[in-house]
Design a protein around this ligand. Structure first.
Ligand code: ADP
Length: 184
């Protein structure tokens, strides 16, 4: 179980869980949100292109996102496995990811769905205080999740592992690890 994707609404705790899981499974945590924020912070051309999308809660165009992920997955540490957090975020990105992995004769082992109710996630985000965590942008990110990202749950139905995302951090990562073990 080394090639994994974490899916869940904004505020589901993907970043927190991904950090814990990547440590326990010894695979790199690849977060497209973190990669974009690093580009924005360093004012690279990609960051300048991505900034307005991050600021408004829209998805960065697939062409930009897919190439950034392609480069990241080509780095040596991702050869033996990875935990993707925030990618894919729509079915087109999922298709491109599938092609990238097929080209390397690999495929995803599982897609972990962190299941958290919408009223819980909005409350968490409001108290987090990142610059794109204003109420309006949060609401837009939730809409984008429902319309663009939630269809992935159907797309990945055969390898989907659904885990209750409410509880202590350790408790949730234990649930994920147990659910992954049950699949093998
Ligand atoms: P959250 O899960 O709280 O929405 P992220 O850090 O995952 O936060 O993403 C922040 C922003 O980065 C998104 O609102 C979007 O603009 C951009 N982003 C991240 N991943 C992708 C992706 N796969 N495709 C397009 N845009 C993305």
């Amino acid at each position: 179980m080394t090639r994994l994707v974490l899916v869940g609404p904004p505020g589901a705790g993907k970043g927190t869980q991904a950090a814990a899981l990547s440590e326990q499974l010894r695979i790199p945590h690849i977060s497209t949100g973190d990669l974009f924020r690093a580009h924005v912070g360093q004012e690279t051309p990609l960051g300048q292109e991505a900034k307005r999308y991050l600021d408004s809660g829209e998805l960065v165009p697939d062409s930009v996102t897919n190439e950034m992920v392609r480069e990241r997955l080509a780095e040596p540490d991702a050869k033996a496995g990875f935990l993707l957090d925030g990618f894919p975020r729509n079915t087109k990105q999922a298709e491109v990811l599938g092609e990238m992995l097929a080209a390397a004769d690999t495929k995803l082992d599982a897609v972990i769905q962190l299941d958290v109710a919408e009223d819980v996630v909005v409350g968490r985000l409001m108290s987090r205080g990142r610059s794109d965590d204003t109420e309006e942008v949060i609401r837009r990110r939730q809409q984008v999740y429902v319309s663009e990202t939630a269809p992935l749950l159907e797309y990945y139905a055969e390898i989907l592992v659904k885990v209750d995302g409410v509880g202590e951090v350790q408790e949730i990562s234990d649930r994920v690890l147990e659910a992954l073990r049950d699949r093998t």
